[in-house]
Design a protein around this ligand. Structure first.
Ligand code: 3PG
Length: 402
């Protein structure tokens, strides 16, 4: 990719795609991470004299103007994080957006309205891509977390303008490269989550790439059932038992050490304060459900971590939202953090509720890298090609130095 290292944005209108799809509750942003993580790119472009026109989607308004899903409140948060004013245009294309973009001075920042208010965004309509491109001289994509979408603002627009990867995009790709493409070995993965069916492609790709694969979460119950253990009333997918058996066989064939829980924390009911018990996976009583992996599994995972150089983490080991079923995730995350801080392990985490689980464990800041991406991180782990990245790399040949 072209990066900002080779771009002189002075006096140029820089159309910058970021991901401001932040969690919001009752009009209040509950997590500023995505905003904070794009600040370096915006600040660098503005400080170098670029006229920065920021584009983003927010939520899923499905091509309609939904006033509650306006990006306007986020302009204020962005200005605070950036420490400079951010003006706002009530559309992302058309005369108002064009006038606002044209009147920007060097170093100024403008945020455009939610790209998903446009019906052509998600269909990657050529006329929308062209209308967006009209606003800028250069396109910078800093939205790795939206790179799995082939949308007008993430893919189509790159065909019209010299295109560059922003600093966050660079950092995300470098981290994923260090995790999976060129890792220091041995490399391990912890994959949690409720269902084998939604993580199947990911598990299969992990078997190819990692030396040790630890499976946790309710997904592990399906594997235990596939091995013939009784799992009581634990959540499991009966139609995935054969698939789970195949994964176990594939792991052997690929020389990937597959680690399943050896003990579990059980409850009869899924509710706060319900009595709990610990049992070996050979002894799960009828009527009980596994809600976390047990202390012996935690000890085993800690031992395995000590032998790794790189760890990829996606998904909690148990129902961490409901203590005490957060204990295994907390303990293993804290051990990964300790090894990472000591310089013995690189830990790269992301996707789904991994970030909240690590924050809950108090170790989010101690990881080597935490991705801002949910779905895009998962698709990368699945080995999929991300259209936003393809658009950036295929425009490389056409990009003229500016
Ligand atoms: C995300 O939150 O993962 C990205 O912003 C993409 O959002 P989407 O799943 O609505 O495309």
């Amino acid at each position: 990719f072209n990066t900002l290292d080779t771009l002189d944005p002075r006096g140029k209108r820089v159309l910058l795609r970021v991901d401001l799809n932040v969690p919001m509750k009752d009009g209040v942003i509950s997590d500023l991470t995505r905003i904070e993580r794009v600040v370096p790119t915006i600040a660098e472009l503005a400080n170098k004299g670029g006229r920065v026109i920021v584009l983003s989607h927010f939520d899923r308004p499905k091509g309609k103007v939904v006033p509650g899903l306006s990006l306007q409140p986020i302009a204020t948060a962005l200005a605070t994080a950036l420490g400079k004013p951010v003006s706002f245009a009530h559309d992302c294309i058309g005369p108002d957006a064009e006038a606002a973009a044209a009147s920007l001075q060097d170093g100024e920042v403008l945020l455009l309205e939610n790209t998903r208010f446009q019906p052509g965004e998600e269909t990657n309509a050529p006329d929308l891509a062209a209308a967006l491109a009209k606003l800028g001289d250069i396109y910078v994509n800093d939205a790795f977390s939206a790179a799995h979408r082939a949308h007008a603002s993430t893919a189509g627009v790159a065909e019209h303008l010299p295109s560059y990867a922003g600093r966050l995009m660079e950092a995300e790709l470098a981290a994923l490269d260090a995790a999976l493409e060129n890792p220091q070995r041995p490399v391990g993965a912890i994959v949690g989550g409720a269902k084998v069916s939604t993580k199947l492609a990911l598990l299969e790709n992990m078997l190819e790439k990692v030396d040790v694969l630890a499976v946790g979460g309710a997904m592990a119950n399906t594997f235990l059932a596939a091995k013939g253990y009784k799992v009581g009333k634990s959540l499991k997918e009966d139609d995935m038992l054969d698939t789970a058996r195949q994964i176990i066989e594939q792991a052997k064939a690929k020389n990937c050490e597959l680690i399943l829980p050896i003990d579990v924390v059980l409850a009869e009911d899924f509710m706060a304060g319900a009595p709990t018990a610990v049992a070996a996976v050979t002894d799960i009583p009828d009527g009980w459900m596994a809600l976390d992996v047990g202390p012996e599994t935690v000890a085993l995972l800690k031992t395995k971590l000590a032998g790794l150089k790189t760890l990829v983490w996606n998904g909690p080991l148990g129902v961490f939202e409901l203590p005490p079923f957060d204990e295994a995730t907390n303990a293993v995350a804290q051990e990964a953090a300790r090894l990472t801080k000591a310089g013995n392990l690189k830990t790269i985490a992301g996707g789904g509720d991994t970030v909240s689980a690590l924050r809950h464990a108090g170790v989010l800041e101690d990881m080597t890298y935490v991705s801002t991406a949910g779905g895009a991180f998962l698709e990368w782990l699945e080995g999929k090609v991300l259209p936003g990245l393809t658009a950036l790399s295929t425009t490389l040949e056409r990009t003229i130095p500016v």
